[in-house]
Design a protein around this ligand. Sequence first.
Ligand SMILES: [Zn+2]
Ligand SMILES: [Zn+2]
Length: 277
Amino acid sequence: MVQWTWRSIVMDVPWYTNYFWGLILISLLVWALEIRFPWRREQPILRKDFWLDALHMFFNFFLFALAIAGVYKVLGTLLAELGISAHSLAVLDMSHWPMGLQLLVFFVLLDFLQWATHVLLHRIPALWEFHKVHHSVKEMGFAAHMRFHWMENILYKPLKTLGVMFLGGFEPEQAYIVHFAAIAIGHFNHANIKVTYGPLKFILNNPVMHLYHHAYTLPEGSHGVNYGISLSLWDYIFKTDHIPESSGKVPLGFPGDSEIPNSFLGQQAHGFGKRKK
Ligand SMILES: [Zn+2]
Ligand SMILES: [Zn+2]
């Protein structure tokens, strides 16, 4: 895996599987759009914690690439040991469907399972400690997408793995499209750009909706709103959508966010000690 990442950096892998340069390209594109069409005009191009988030981005990217490569292999080996092929657990056999449809189902299912995991990160206090790092962002920009605790890479895995098993260990060559789309949509959701995609806002998550996910003040009695990852659909179905206005000027963070360390290492190490009340 280390070798694969190195080969990606020196462009010795097929371009469409090159997540390293893909991430850089998507980042530069979204950043250029932020600079050209800023939503909060007064926000500096190098906003608060820009470099901190860039550091998180490359760190988490490495773990992310590792997860993509590793999880299916580990799963396959494990199941083979137990004497079952991944296929025998499949609830849905899509192998005869057109590839585009397979990818769409894969994308939607994976997104739903991530939405559900995200809700748990907010509702279970021990998990919220890790997720607080992502919510410690005070000024929003594309790179904030990748500010998260390394534990999230692990916490998101169980449900995702289960989903892949439902699809008979489905992981076609073309799944890179889904991963790239998820990175691009995630970057957009955190960008300082005001786009909502018109009526598609009920399906696609967007910067306005996600900004309210990061709002300091939540509706009374709520653990969170707008949990959507790539799709906003689940929040509308489960009535966790909340967009009171769209000035872009809402204060971000959470009550007590000053407890989160300001350093990269401090943030990545947060959440393991005893919780303060
Ligand atoms: Zn969250
Ligand atoms: Zn976010």
